[in-house]
Design a protein. Structure first.
Length: 367
């Protein structure tokens, strides 16, 4: 039995998705916003239990139980609800006990309000990452400068000492000092490289990707295929071409190195470059009507969960012998120098780096 239309008529006009259930947790009513959100009709949903209507109902059940036990409203901020054959949704839900005197005497139920929060959480996550990256960059830049200054003195002193040594066997030790000083100098230069000012110009993203593809195939000639999935209608955008190529190359090289081991084991490695237009996006706390979306997808073993949240941090690497700077530099070029965003989703068999580059109004006449 459904709730009479007159009893909850006002809820038909609200933009928030609302579902009313009875004490047995059976759906009695769903407003039009809920029908759109969950892709079901009120007629089909009424009479179903929550477990019949949705999957992954553990957190929702907890919220309902708390509201019932304490006779109060209760809000759960991150609830993931799936549907049988429908996509999973990340939601905020508020459960409120209600009584409808105009209906069956003594009937009580629960009114559940759902809000889709995936976009808000994504924006908040990007803002936290932006703040963290800014702090990391300042720390690295200051640290690199502090390390570079004494390195020159150490190398100079080793050179002078090398000239004064009479025993040839001792030269080996001074050579070690100089070589290690040079290695550290190169590392400091790499840490400071992303901070140069960009040289803006109009860029064709597919020309940049083709350059990366040719470099990748030259570096990894065996066992790795690089596929293209391009939207050739994408417009030019304004940016530093060399920085964009370097960022894309660092990401693609990371993917190639990740799948190299399984390629050696006989599994065919594949990297896919995918480009699309994204609409109504928020990047670096600014709203843009359009952005260029570039995805670098590989079929490798995936990123270890232990470092997934820190993969863009300096000196963090999931590969033995890796410097942990390639992805840091890529993120600096994309987020700091081009006000874009780079994110990662990874699971065994599919790792996807998603790069967003804003299209500014008037930059090419097509934004």
């Amino acid at each position: 039995m459904s709730v009479p239309t007159a009893a909850l008529a006002g809820l038909d006009l609200v933009a928030t998705a609302v579902v009313v259930i009875d004490s047995d947790r059976r759906v009695r009513y769903a407003n039009p916003a809920a029908e759109n959100l969950f892709e079901f009709s009120n007629t089909a949903a009424v009479g179903q239990t929550l477990d019949q209507a949705f999957t992954d109902t553990e957190l929702l059940s907890f919220a309902i139980g708390y509201a019932q036990a304490n006779n109060c409203s209760y809000t759960e901020h991150e609830v993931t609800l799936g549907g049988h054959g429908r996509a999973r949704l990340l939601l905020s839900c508020t459960v409120t006990p209600i009584e409808l005197e105009s209906w069956t005497a003594g009937w009580t139920g629960l009114l559940i309000e759902f809000r889709h929060i995936e976009q808000q959480i994504k924006i908040a996550r990007e803002e936290r990452m932006l703040d963290q990256n800014q702090a990391n960059r300042e720390l690295i830049r200051n640290l690199a400068h502090e390390i570079k200054n004494p390195l020159g003195g150490i190398r100079g002193a080793a050179q002078l000492l090398d000239r004064e040594l009479d025993r040839p066997a001792l030269h080996e030790y001074t050579q070690v000092i100089m070589k290690e000083a040079d290695r550290l100098q190169q590392l400091m230069d790499r840490l400071l490289t992303p901070h140069r000012l960009p040289q803006p110009g109009l860029i064709n993203i597919h020309e940049a990707l083709e350059r990366v593809r040719s470099l990748l195939l030259a570096e990894f000639p065996e066992g790795i295929a690089v596929r293209r999935d391009y939207d050739t209608s994408l417009p030019l955008f304004k940016g530093d071409k060399e920085q964009i190529i370097q960022a894309l190359l660092n990401v693609a090289r990371n993917a190639a190195q990740a799948i190299k081991a399984q390629t050696a084991a006989g599994v065919r490695g594949e990297i896919r470059f995918r480009t699309r237009i994204a609409r109504q996006v928020v990047l670096a706390r600014k709203h843009y009507r359009h952005a260029i979306e570039v995805q670098v997808i590989d079929n490798g073993p995936g990123v270890s969960p232990d470092i997934l949240d820190r993969i863009f941090y300096p000196l963090v690497s999931g590969r033995e012998g890796g410097s942990g700077l390639g992805l840091t530099i890529a993120q600096t070029f994309i987020s700091q120098q081009h006000q874009g965003a780079i994110t990662l989703e990874s699971a065994p068999g599919r790792t996807c780096f998603n790069i967003m580059l804003p299209l500014r109004e008037g930059s090419n006449g097509k934004s």
